[in-house]
Design a binder for this molecule. Structure first.
Ligand code: GYE
Length: 311
């Protein structure tokens, strides 16, 4: 019937499509999950996905994008490591008439027509959700917060910082006493936390850690334990991503809350691409994913759910 014919032609069509994905690297558990979900979402739709790992460097991303243009791919997906510096290469993609989709981070370009859409969370909101949790927890009690920022110049680091800062600004008893980048990695998160602990009376001046991702929070938890303090109680831990290891830390009483981010950024981008190729449907400029805060009560259930998600 009509339906089976449609399905047949849709899959026959996507089977001919090739998408080049310029991925940042594998700095975090969330990032690795995003890559593996992208592969399975492509496979589900019969799309050929070529992934280039940029090892955290924008110059490598620009090279990969140029190579995808030269290969004549049908679309380019980019997880942009930093927010600025994309205009020239995106102009080249536009001239080659290859649509560009952004995954999980934003960019600032002179002309928004240089990309078709982006799939991402509202990162300012994520920071605000984390701050609201802490404000509620403290219930008027003073709190010195140390912040572990994401990669310098990344939209998600700038926005998660802004959302948190703007929200705690209304509560003078909550202060950010130290802030530094931990580059979204576990090892850097641990290293920076060690220096914070040393500088703040062996950690006794610190009430909470706000980490821009779970991996840095896990590094910080390690540093806190090595300093002889109890993460989760002596120092509260709030972060973003909702990776399995943070739920395990919650179950061990060592982490307090995480704002979840789906690793399935590619699925909605593939759907937008297929609709565009089929009949020219223009997607909205932002396809926004949800930001839900999880606490230890739901850690076990979340952990189970993640098992089916490519983690
Ligand atoms: O939160 C972090 C990762 O850009 C949303 O990058 C992404 C962030 C994610 O390395 O773990």
């Amino acid at each position: 019937g009509i339906i089976s014919t449609l399905i047949l032609s849709a899959s026959a069509y996507s089977a001919e499509m090739t998408v080049g994905f310029s991925q940042i690297g594998s700095e975090s558990g969330w990032r690795a999950a995003e890559t593996s979900v992208a592969k399975s979402e492509a496979q589900k739709r019969g799309i050929t996905l070529k992934i280039a790992d940029a090892q955290q460097k924008q110059e490598n991303q620009i090279k990969a994008i140029r190579s995808f243009i030269a290969q004549g791919v049908d679309a380019i997906f980019i997880a942009p490591v930093v927010q600025t510096g994309w205009d020239p290469v995106l102009q080249e993609a536009k001239e080659a008439e290859i649509p560009v989709f952004l995954l999980d981070r934003n960019i600032t370009v002179k002309d928004d027509a240089l990309f078709m859409t982006g799939v991402a969370a509202d990162s300012v909101h994520e920071g605000a959700v984390a701050a609201q949790w802490l404000i509620k927890q403290q219930d008027g009690k003073a709190c010195n917060v140390v912040e572990l920022q994401g990669t310098v110049g990344a939209s998600v680091a700038l926005d998660r910082k802004k959302g948190f800062l703007d929200t705690v600004a209304a509560v003078p008893t909550i202060k950010i006493i130290r802030t530094q980048s931990g580059d979204f990695t576990r090892s850097k998160g641990k290293e920076v936390m060690e220096s914070f602990i040393k500088a703040e009376n062996n950690g006794k001046n610190i009430c909470a850690v706000y980490a821009h991702n779970d991996d840095m929070a896990i590094g910080a938890i390690q540093a806190i334990k090595e300093a002889g303090l109890k993460p989760g109680t002596d120092i509260k831990i709030i972060s973003i991503d909702g990776v399995p290891d943070i739920f395990k830390a919650m179950m061990a009483g060592e982490a307090n809350a995480s704002v979840e981010l789906t690793p399935n950024m590619a699925g909605p981008a593939f759907d937008a691409l297929l609709a565009y190729k089929k009949d020219g449907t223009q997607p909205p400029k932002l396809i926004k994913t949800e930001s839900i805060l999880f606490e230890p009560e739901s850690a076990q259930a979340q952990l189970e759910l993640k098992k089916d998600m490519g983690y």
